[in-house]
Design a protein around this ligand. Sequence first.
Ligand SMILES: *[C@@H]1O[C@H](CO)[C@@H](O)[C@H](O)[C@H]1NC(C)=O
Ligand SMILES: *[C@@H]1O[C@H](CO)[C@@H](O)[C@H](O)[C@H]1NC(C)=O
Ligand SMILES: *[C@@H]1O[C@H](CO)[C@@H](O)[C@H](O)[C@H]1NC(C)=O
Ligand SMILES: *[C@@H]1O[C@H](CO)[C@@H](O)[C@H](O)[C@H]1NC(C)=O
Length: 380
Amino acid sequence: MKSYQLNQIMLLWGIAPVVGLSSSTTTCPGSSLTHLNVSLLRERIAEGRVYQQPNFFSQQQIDDILAEIVQLKQDGVFAPSGLSNTARGAQQAFGSQDRSVCVVPWWSEMLLQNNNTVSPVSMLLQQLRLQLADVLDRPTMSDPTLAHECYYSWSGKGSFLPRHMDERHEELKGPKGWLLPSRRSLSWLVYLSDENWTLEKNGGALRSFPQQTPPQQPAQHDGNLQVGWLLRQRKAVYLNSWFLLSGSNEPHCILYTVEGNELRYLTRPWLAESLQGTSVAEFLNRMRDQDSSGLQTLFLDPDDARDFALLENRSAWDRGELPEGSIIEDICPTRGFLVVFDSVMLPHQVEVIKEGNRIALAGWFHEQTQEFPVDLFAQT
Ligand SMILES: *[C@@H]1O[C@H](CO)[C@@H](O)[C@H](O)[C@H]1NC(C)=O
Ligand SMILES: *[C@@H]1O[C@H](CO)[C@@H](O)[C@H](O)[C@H]1NC(C)=O
Ligand SMILES: *[C@@H]1O[C@H](CO)[C@@H](O)[C@H](O)[C@H]1NC(C)=O
Ligand SMILES: *[C@@H]1O[C@H](CO)[C@@H](O)[C@H](O)[C@H]1NC(C)=O
């Protein structure tokens, strides 16, 4: 199955536009218009927490955006939306209280610079993307041809969003995970909610679940995205989907941690085909429980099996449990505040709105999907 995917991807990549990174050289963190606190930003993102910054937009910019949003609402362009990656899929029944969203009309034109009349707001967002690419060392995020997303969001009294992740490892997304040229890298929002918003009066907190004692390891290692934690050992766990055993040209999956400059493999390599229809998450859940008692079916060391937790543990969350090892950090959707967090690392939800309108300009900056090891092509 994977070799079938490979062929498709090779085709796709054959026609994909060449990544132009030259645009990233135009940013200079020191002289930026966005005034990010770079050291704080780096620290918060590395810890898998939310970075917040007040007064991202000027009063004039806020007024202009709100005027555009009101116009778009009058034009009926907003549509109800729960989650783009909800577990319930199409089975949601939307009501008038649900969040509604609308793609920002000038976004793609502006990304590809088809429009010479650039508004200050769109300039600021481009600068934000380029600066984040630079200071967080995510170079492909500066490529304007990736599917960076941007939307307006409007939620009234009674609406909320259940806990979710904005992005996950390609292997965990099912068959189409590897076919997409890019993936969400950073989630960002600038809030435009009613003035003087408080969590007590208005509710609507962005409730995030960072680890209590985060290891400060990045969400990816060598292109392999994080899928979980070793909780007590305080390590990020990465999944390599392109692990080659000697004597086989079939790519295997394997979990590992990074300790100093060394990789430590936590599991035996397994073939994606061997899952036979169960999801990778269900498979890892089963193996963790089984190997915790000392079986070593997949995990090499029972202590690691017991210590392992998936970033996204759907079945436990559906039973009302909090993400293992996490604490709750509530963020107030205060007008003018920018928030940024890693799309892969941080479980989050939106608390019920008690009063008022919670409005945001929001989006995801993308990074390129992991490239396949060249030696795979050489052998096939
Ligand atoms: C950046 O954040 C750190 C940590 O909160 C703070 O100590 C520092 O003063 C901030 N720097 C600026 C320029 O605001
Ligand atoms: C170009 O951008 C400006 C400012 O955002 C907008 O008013 C104008 O309609 C855009 N032009 C086109 C052709 O989309
Ligand atoms: C928000 O608070 C400020 C300062 O207390 C006040 O001047 C303003 O009228 C308030 N705005 C609203 C919409 O309540
Ligand atoms: C998911 O959470 C449940 C309950 O906390 C736990 O028993 C299970 O081992 C977890 N699985 C993984 C892989 O994190």
